[in-house]
Design a protein around this ligand. Structure first.
Ligand SMILES: Cc1ncc(COP(=O)(O)O)c(C=O)c1O
Length: 385
């Protein structure tokens, strides 16, 4: 018997090693990774430079409580602010980062209503789950935190009707990840920002999946030409070391005064040293240009593939975050299984979307190999259909 709760649907694979963009299972079989451990391993596996930084800190001091100053937190926060007027709060996961964002928004505005969107995903804790616009995720856990409303994504009229001077915040992902790799429309996001400004509502952008270079800029919001009041990070920030962050405009700092919020492990030394190094590496113009170039290469390959099979209904995404909408959930399950057999690991999103989140360090050759495997499997699936 297993001594674990069965809350994850686990595949019968045990990963024993990761080298760059490749994973190796217990039988020694290699797999090209198009998942980055669900958007986490942006710099790939076994990076020697990150290993060195982690070992160096491990040899000195793993943990120091938040009762004392931390130069590593200060350094990482400054890099995250990236020249803008944000201050940071560190935690250990995406859900915790959103939890902090929701609390800050309510405290700073003195309002309670929060608007989020259908199909969104913000995490599994009560606040983050209540912000998540998916009934299947709420099931059995009611009552949720009160005063959350879910509106249709990319729809301006419903937002215009619902947002008012009682609204504390609007929270959204700029590309809905778990919901099916659905990009927000640029004009819609700009209008949200405008509506937030006129009603005194805070705009929270959940960058947990889209941030840290994933879409070709440090943060996806930069490509939408807006600045959020609050944004949240996790996943790629620690390249596998658990860490989350909530950033808010400096003007809200007072709302999170001493005693208002906290975490024992948040901003842990090991996490901060790694996060700081990750940012040093990813937030470089050349690195981000490469992500954009490789993202375009991937999209081009996928769009060409879409012309060769009727199993693909849509291809979408930005940078190294791609979604291939297939005809139905059964086709998706079969395709993912065959890809795994062929040595390519992929992800599901929404009902029938094949989600690809390769490490940002992946080579052109590996990207092309992945697209070739996709073509092989989809063409075979089409014949059997
Ligand atoms: C956009 C988004 N927000 C929040 C979360 C929750 O992050 P975590 O699983 O680290 O709590 C996720 C995780 O998939 C996510 O994709």
């Amino acid at each position: 018997m297993s001594y674990l709760f069965p809350n994850y649907q686990r595949k019968k694979i045990q990963w024993v090693k990761g080298i760059n963009n490749t994973l190796i299972d217990q039988d020694g079989k290699s797999y090209l990774d198009f998942t980055s451990g669900i958007g986490v391993m942006n710099l790939g596996y076994g990076d020697s430079n990150l290993n060195e930084v982690l070992s160096d800190q491990a040899a000195n001091l793993w943990h120091a409580p938040n009762l004392y100053e931390s130069k590593f937190q200060e350094e990482t926060a400054e890099k995250l602010a990236n020249g803008r007027d944000y201050v940071a709060y560190f935690c250990n996961s995406g859900a915790e980062a959103n939890e902090a964002a929701i609390k800050l928004a309510r405290k700073a505005t003195g309002r309670s209503k929060i608007i989020s969107f259908v199909n969104s995903f913000h995490g599994r804790t009560y606040g983050a789950m209540s912000a998540t616009g998916q009934e299947s995720i709420h099931q059995g856990f009611q009552p949720l935190v009160p005063d959350f409303e879910y509106l249709p994504f990319n729809d301006l009229d419903s937002l215009k009707q619902k947002i008012d001077k009682q609204t504390a915040a609007v929270i959204l992902e700029l590309i809905q990840g778990e919901g099916g790799v659905i990009p927000a429309k640029q004009e819609w996001v700009k209008q949200i920002k405008q509506l937030c400004r006129t009603t005194g509502t805070l705009l929270i952008i959940d960058e947990i999946q889209t941030g840290i270079g994933r879409t070709g800029s440090l943060y996806a919001y930069e490509q939408y030409e807006i600045e959020p009041d609050i944004f949240t990070l996790a996943k790629g920030l620690g390249n596998g070391i658990p860490v989350g962050a909530m950033l808010g405009k400096k003007s809200f700092a007072q709302a999170f005064g001493p005693g208002s919020h906290g975490s024992t492990f948040g901003g842990n030394n090991l996490a901060m040293r790694v996060a700081s190094e990750v940012l040093e590496r990813i937030n470089q113009p050349d690195f981000l240009l490469e992500v954009q170039r490789k993202g375009n290469l991937l999209m081009k390959g996928l769009n060409q593939l879409a012309l060769k099979t009727t199993l693909i209904k849509d291809v979408r995404g930005k940078g190294m975050m791609a979604g291939i909408e297939l005809t139905d959930a059964d086709v998706l399950a079969s395709v993912m299984e065959q890809l795994k057999e062929e040595g390519l690991i992929t992800l599901k999103a929404g009902q029938a979307v094949l989600r690809l989140l390769p490490p940002l360090t992946i080579s052109d050759e590996e990207l092309n190999r992945g697209v070739e495997l996709l073509e092989k499997v989809l063409c075979k699936e089409q014949k059997n259909d």
